[in-house]
Design a protein around this ligand. Structure first.
Ligand code: ADP
Length: 453
């Protein structure tokens, strides 16, 4: 029998909607919560709703939400027995996970060694390949010299993509159309990676022309059991940032989901992966190509919750405390369709951030409508953090019904005082390609460019 570590009080090392999301799962399990916050977030909803709150520093994230010493001290002072990192900030920091565990605090996340392996994209690709996942053709590991890059690029064929081993958010990534530009684009990618991640290691991949982004949600108990919770289609992206996500993918059949999900779950079981994880693939002409694994909860996790009825944060907490997964693969059923719109405080078309005071707020409601957000009327959106202020998630028995409900829900949302991306979403869901699900990762940028001209 595994050792059960009872969790009575969780420190939530995050802010905004995800801090609330974690708080809700914890409170429903009878677990207390401790919010941490920067001075800019003293009036935030997660601070108000948590059982206790600790201020951990000034507004810049490096002094507060990334301040390891302040967070560990807060956990000790407030007698927390677990820490949930949410997404972003310290969630994929293996060193932080180790420090948490060294303080005898339960880390609600994967084993630190798995965070480390998957955080290095070169290592991640090697590991995924060894576990039997299909890869994008490319260099076998890091590229050291330009000569080496030229040889490999010639083998895989142009266009190629130079990617940073420590990359994230699309940074340190360059598409190289032909050999004449390889040298200059490779050094640009290196410089970008060096300044963004302090690591200029790069590798090469075949640049796929028109793929979809399809990712599988997985869950492991850390002892060799793992399940998959189906896929999410996140192809609607701008500058590699997801804008709208849906589950299931409009192009994946039930048989294909079972087949690929089975491969992914087996890989995670073999690895003895613990907790929630997402395996990201590009998908083109019926083939999957692994690109990376995220060792944390994803922003878009609610669409999976809507079609499976499984609370992923509850599952994370269970597994972290040493319990078994709450269900077997056979018990996981996929029903209906869910779509999430990320609502940002920004101009809908120029994407310029629009922080400031929310003068009026009304969340959409009704059957099968979920709004995950930390804002309220009178709340001032601070300029220091990510611009996402709400997620609107809608469920329907079919994709068509889901789209109809989404249109109605978007119309109901009222956020005044700041600009938001709601008008963009309203326009998007009226487009034929979106209505029929016929879009790739290029679609949104092409559409935006056409709209501009
Ligand atoms: P990051 O960690 O920076 O987000 P990813 O490897 O997850 O990097 O890739 C982000 C996005 O970049 C993908 O969702 C896809 O849109 C695009 N992309 C990545 N690899 C390729 C590739 N080989 N061909 C075409 N597009 C790619």
């Amino acid at each position: 029998m595994p050792e059960i570590k009872p969790i009575k009080r969780i420190l939530i090392a995050n802010r905004g909607e995800i801090a609330l999301r974690i708080l809700r799962a914890a409170h429903e399990m009878g677990i207390e919560t401790v919010a941490v916050h920067s001075t800019a977030d003293a009036d935030a909803m997660h601070v108000r709703l948590a059982n206790h709150a600790v201020c951990i520093g000034p507004p810049p994230a490096k002094d507060s939400y990334l301040n390891v010493a302040a967070i560990i001290s807060a956990a000790e002072i407030a007698h927390c027995d677990a820490i949930h990192p949410g997404y972003g900030f310290l969630s994929e920091n293996a060193k932080f996970a180790e420090i948490v565990e060294a303080h005898d605090i339960v880390w609600i996340g994967p084993k630190p060694e798995h965070i480390r392996t998957m955080g290095d994209k070169v290592e991640a690709k090697r590991t995924a390949g060894a576990l039997g996942l299909p890869l994008v053709p490319g260099s076998d590991g890091a590229i050291d010299t330009f000569e080496q890059a030229r040889e490999i690029a010639a083998q895989i064929g142009y266009p190629v993509l130079v990617k940073a081993a420590s990359g994230g958010g699309g940074r340190g990534m360059k598409v190289v159309p032909d050999e004449s530009q390889l040298e200059s684009l490779m050094s640009q990618a290196r410089n970008e990676a060096k300044s963004a991640f302090g690591d200029d290691t790069v590798y090469l991949e075949k640049y796929l022309g028109n793929p979809r982004h399809i990712e599988f949600q997985i869950f492991g108990d850390g002892r060799g059991h793992a399940v998959h919770l189906g896929e999410r289609d996140c192809s609607l992206q701008r500058r590699h940032q997801k804008v709208l996500e849906e589950a299931p993918s409009p192009v994946i059949s039930a048989e294909e989901r079972d087949r690929m999900g089975g491969i992914v779950a087996k890989a995670m079981a073999d690895m003895e992966y613990r907790g929630a994880g997402t395996i990201e693939f590009l998908w083109e002409d019926g083939e999957f190509y692994f690109i990376e694994m995220n060792t944390r909860l994803q922003v878009e996790h609610p669409v999976t919750e809507m079609i499976t009825g499984i609370d992923l944060v509850r599952e994370q907490i269970r597994v972290a405390s040493g319990k078994d997964l709450s269900c077997t693969q056979d018990e996981i059923r996929f029903t209906g369709h869910a779509i999430e719109c990320r609502i940002n405080a920004e101009d809908a078309y120029s994407f310029a951030p629009s922080p400031g005071k929310v003068t009026a707020y009304h969340a959409a409601g009704g059957m099968h409508v979920r709004v995950d957000s930390g804002i309220y009327a009178g709340y001032s959106i601070p300029p220091y953090y990510d611009s996402m202020i709400a997620k609107l998630i809608v469920y329907g028995r079919s994709r068509e019904k889901c789209m109809m409900r989404l249109r109605r829900a978007l119309q109901e949302m009222v956020i005044e005082g700041v600009k938001t991306s709601i008008p963009l979403h309203q326009e998007l869901i009226e487009q034929d390609d979106i209505r029929t699900g016929d879009y790739s990762i290029k679609w949104l940028e092409d559409w935006l460019a056409e709209r501009e001209s």
